[in-house]
Design a binder for this molecule. Sequence first.
Ligand code: PGA
Length: 248
Amino acid sequence: MRIPLIAGNWKMHTIRSEAETLARAVVQACEGLQDREVMIAPPFTALATVAATVAGAKVALGAQNVAWEAKGAFTGEIAPPMLLDIGCRYAIVGHSERRQIFGETDALINRRLTGALAHGLTPVLCVGETLDEREAGQTLAVLERQVRAGLAGTTAENPVVIAYEPVWAIGTGKTATSAQAQEAHAFIRNLLAELHGQESADRTRILYGGSVKPSNVDELMAQPDIDGALVGGAALDGESFARIIHFQ
Ligand code: PGA
């Protein structure tokens, strides 16, 4: 079945010394872990430091974004082979901060996702509705649009992780109730079955993100379609992230 994935998105935090300290704490928290996977996504500038710190440990490295071409005139972007070279296996794409602050569209996010796949990275596609969209009853329609557009051109064989992150729950301290999250996750899994078949849907991990903390992770992880967490704020605190990794 699906191996749970707990992922830390460090966003625009940590200079190298801080990143090293935090990565050490994650390595320690992962000692002896068998039944779950852990990934951390530091800022690009700390990737090399963190890669050295987690070397040999059961901690996967992810990037917070990724370009699609292997190289070229793309000022400010990072190519998939550069991320592979530094030790990344995962790349987050379509985070709501990329969509909202930097204007990334579904079409652009799809290029990032298919580019990541083409080069052998596993994309973590983030989707989620805003508060206005939820209040207008558009949650499922927004999720459907973002998942369909994000996965355009992919097949059942492509390894992809989906992260459901309601925008109103990110960094706000407001978590979706486990019932709200489960409803969204089940909807996404049904959509995956429609797009790529039931077998692919059954093995694709769908993470929940949005104010995941030690106090709510157990209940979220108890939901049948929640296969992990994408953690922002609480991933910057070694102790909190360790507790989240050890969800029950
Ligand atoms: P948060 O962020 O845990 O701070 O809400 C989650 C995310 O943006 O991935």
